[in-house]
Design a protein around this ligand. Structure first.
Ligand code: ADP
Ligand code: MG
Length: 230
């Protein structure tokens, strides 16, 4: 499970200081599907990059499966990320001159996995997303929806406990978006913990829980209700 308390993240440039997250609280249980929405610039991506151990918070507590990961060094963070987290980005982030299978194998290489085991896992992940016939293709030879499914296969190949998706259908047309959503929902039904940032209220409604982020803070349903009534 994932637990954040009083988390803060500040980005500093020479000119300005941006408080991307402040007093951020969230708990996600094993196996949950949580949708995160909020206006542009509210801190959704910042939240995911910290949740996914790509960056550290400036303050507060972050626990992952009971371990305090708030202040891990870069190496420890990378190792844990590779072991526990699968990431899906809006822009797919595939490497253009690597084949589909080689792309899926990238995170497995970092684990020092042997070549035949890597290939076996990558092939299995590609079958899982229904693209077994595309392993030798380059990403650019696939449609956007197919590229996102390859990115999902890459995330899955390492059997992560947490799947984090940042606007996974943001670059897709309606038809492809639906296929990607169905795949993510299927993975959740199979037991994966899924946290998905989306701007689409219909997608958010399909999650078990819906969390809103405004100005770097979580606004839960009860809080919203109280503010409306006040
Ligand atoms: P969202 O994903 O909700 O659109 P972000 O988490 O990307 O929001 O951004 C939150 C705030 O932090 C924004 O004001 C953004 O400009 C700022 N920000 C995000 N990343 C950086 C960065 N690397 N350097 C400086 N400011 C950043
Ligand atoms: Mg964002």
């Amino acid at each position: 499970m994932l637990k954040m308390q009083n988390l803060s993240k500040v980005y500093r440039t020479e000119l300005i200081e941006t408080h991307a997250l402040r007093d951020f609280h969230l708990e996600v249980k094993q196996g949950e599907f949580v949708a995160v929405t909020g206006p542009s610039g509210s801190g959704k991506t910042t939240f995911l990059t910290i949740a996914g151990l790509l960056e550290s918070p400036n303050g507060g507590l972050y626990e992952l499966d009971g371990q305090d990961v708030s202040r891990l060094g870069d190496d420890a963070r990378s190792r844990l990320r590779n072991e526990k987290i699968g990431f899906i980005f809006q822009a797919f982030n595939l490497i253009p001159d690597l084949s589909v299978l080689d792309n899926i194998e990238v995170p497995l290489r970092y684990r020092g996995m042997k070549a035949d085991e890597r290939r076996r896992r990558a092939t299995q992940a590609l079958e899982r997303v229904g693209l077994e016939s595309r392993g030798r293709h380059l990403p650019g030879q696939l449609s956007g929806g197919q590229q996102q499914r390859v990115a999902i296969a890459r995330a899955l190949a390492g059997s992560p406990r947490f799947l984090l998706a940042d606007e996974p259908t943001g670059n897709l047309d309606t038809h492809m978006a639906r296929a990607v959503m169905e795949l993510l929902e299927e993975l959740h039904r199979e037991g994966t913990t899924l946290i998905m940032v989306t701007h689409d209220p219909q997608q958010a409604a399909r999650a078990q829980r819906h969390v809103q982020v405004i100005d770097g803070q979580v606004i839960d349903g009860a809080t919203l209700q109280r503010e409306v009534l006040a």
